[in-house]
Design a protein around this ligand. Sequence first.
Ligand code: BG6
Length: 520
Amino acid sequence: MAERDPDIDAVSGAERRTGHSAQSQGEAKGSQFVPVAPFELVVFGATGDLSRRKLLPSLYHRWCDGQIPANSRIIGVSRSKLDRDGFRKLAEESYHEFEKDPDFDAASWKAFAERLDYVSIDVTAKDADWASLGKALSGPDEALIRIFYLAMPPRLFVDICEGLERSGLATDTSRVVLEKPLGKDFASAYQINEGVGRVFDEDRIYRIDHYLGKETVQNLLVLRFGNVLLEPLWNRDAIDHIEITVAESIGVGGRGSYYDTSGALRDMVQNHLLQLLCLSTMEAPASLDADALRTEKIKVLRALKPITPETVEANTVRAQYVRGTVGGESVPDYLSDVDVDASTTETFVAIRTEIQNWRWAGVPIYIRSGKRMAQRRSEIVIQFKNIPHSIFGDVATPRPNKLVIRLQPDEGMKLYMEIKEPGAGGLRLKTLPLNLSYSENFTARYPDAYERLLLDVVRGNLSLFMQRDEVEAAWRWVDGIIDAWEETDQRVSLYTAGIDGPNAAHAMLNELGHRWSEVD
Ligand code: BG6
């Protein structure tokens, strides 16, 4: 039986196409979908990768499900000399390119596309024509929620906000969405936060970490705080160590010039992995309210053991992929992918850390993320301690329990327990999982993270966004690692594309008798 989510529901493609059209707002109200208030979304960087791949398709999906009122508008802004029709065409082509939707309904798309408009502005130019954006926006009598989405490099965030302010477009109620990365270190993030904060109040700034919009990431909160069983065990007494892996099989794609100045630590750890770490280890917040969540997450970030030049070698591994085979396909090395002769940018990073508080002191926490690894796999593994005493003597040795929270693909959870293998022939123990598989229990289509997050901006719900002090605290910890790498000139090891990172990352766990969890 499929479960329903009142905010963003998820249904099969066929059901979705019949559920809504531009004219069916009445129907939508009667259905399980809750439409948001009418809005006007201005997407800066509208012809870029993020907008074409994620934002526009996500909006279309929400449109099909009747959550976007017909008088809402989406206004693309970029340098490209397109007109409105050109932008609509680009949006449709992108949808086909990235979504490959077998249930595509041309009439629904046409109705959605009528909401799309386009303004060509070079926001980097001194004489940027902000007035033309002003003309494309609604007048005061229309009272649409106004949102500016900055899908642009972070160095432009402040200039754009100032341009919006100068031209009178940033009203008291308008909201701004900042796409990651937010800076490249603490200092640049601080400057951005200051600059944007001069124009928009903190409660109107939505800093996106799309991992927070993923179904299973939100489910972490439900797993931990919607069940009574885990909490008594969720601490240093019962947990031996924690592993967080975000492995990707893809390389750096067409993003080489960005990636080579970033690397895995800044691109993935500073945001996605630290958010996962916070949600996995924080104390129970009083509610799902944004401030309550932020308060608990920030405590974790501030309690992370700093990595220094003295400890960096033992506690971090940085590596880069070389030519290999991923999923049966041979792929080039990183240097060819980014088209440079030499680079020390890491495409893989593994870190051993600890949270210095009463709940977690002494529990090793391992995090790793890499590109061109054996397969796409994101998971959190809670490795419990073994039983204090075995009653089975030499006959059988129970293995410690393990909880694997799989974020993608094959979303779900497995709690590995010991049971008796049935049958005669002596007492034999077997490790088997209690399996909470999403695909086996739900028939729903899982909305893309951006579908939820975009509508949360319209709803004014900040819970799944990062607040300023979280971002800055995360950068402070990451800066410590970057500085220590530079100061000690730590080696970048190499790993063959298609394997799960370099040997050094395995050796780091072996030191304490641990092993990275393998795909089961
Ligand atoms: C982005 C990173 O934030 O997340 C990319 O910049 C990475 O490098 C991507 O590929 C991974 O997201 P997902 O949702 O595919 O796990």
